[in-house]
Ligand binder design. Sequence first.
Ligand SMILES: [Zn+2]
Length: 392
Amino acid sequence: MTIDRRRLPCITPPYILQSLLESDDAEIRRAALATLVSTAQLRGQREVRSLLAGVAAAPVSGRRTIFDCRTGIILRFATIARTEGDEAVADDSVNRAYDGFGLTRQFLKDVFERDSIDGRGMRLHGYVHRGLRYNNAFWDGSEMVFGDGDGRVFSDFTGSLDVIAHELAHGVTEFTSGWEYHDQTGALNESMSDVFGSMVKQWALKQSAADADWLIGADVFTPGIEADALRSLKAPGTAFDNELFGKDPQPAHMNDFVELPDTEEGDFGGVHINSGIPNKAFHLVATAIGGNSWDAAGHIWYEALKDSTPLTQFADFAAATHRRAGELCGAGSAEQQAVADAWDAVGVAVSVPAAARGNGNGSIASLSQQLESLTGQVQALAADVQALAGRR
Ligand SMILES: [Zn+2]
């Protein structure tokens, strides 16, 4: 609701597609170009669609519907392939999206007592086989859309559960902090989706933080491509290194923060690049605390997400996680220390407000933060209503 509608949170960073434009292989070049152009066109559609989303039918506990675009790009022409309670169908992409939605929905409910992505049972709509050789997956403000990949570099985007959970988490973020999709707030938006993507995958595989691979999109590349994944939370900057699209540009420390223009070519200020910094912080916290990422570390991150506003920057978010760790696990606890150490390790200074420093007044700071967050949400809502009124 509060997200900037001109931007489209998607999984494949533009710098990979831009590198593919220089490939010697014409087919790879064509698929990359088509994906870039198509993503740019969608941004315009999104603005109109999200204004219409408010008049959708009443939600029913995250009821799933998977649509088949049959390589078309106009979503309303897609046909229903599988709805809640239906048996599996012959199409694996449909079944993977259906199952991925189900697992993510169950994770939100069991771990965070959250009813679907908006917390109010929002229906989950997924579109598969979107476009011909489309190298991306995205959340468009009301539904998740997956391309089949070009079959040369990228394969079907429903293949990685973490990619599906990543897209759904953009919905969660949109309905909570509403982080603006550019620069540090955009990097936090991307990072939160990678964090949720990792947690859902680890939860489904029953993997501890120590045992997990912490990779995002390990299955999006075709077997012939030399790349582990799109990103690594454990070791940002190491997910890929090949001749076709270069080396993973993610930093893991503020010293290496990448300054880029707030344009599509600049990845809106490096939202898929600088997300490596908060990603690494979460990995450090989860592994330092031990056990499962979705227990202490996940709850600390989730509460801090709810404290955040569309403009919350790295340092503010770090402070929120530190404060929440104190509330959830105890002031001066090992968990709170792990949070402080993690942000220190990635070069983000935790600015702890005076009121929250060890004198039992942490809840006041937290309340004022929540009030600030609510105010931001009300303002955004008012803007939405105004925009809607203007269109009638
Ligand atoms: Zn994303």
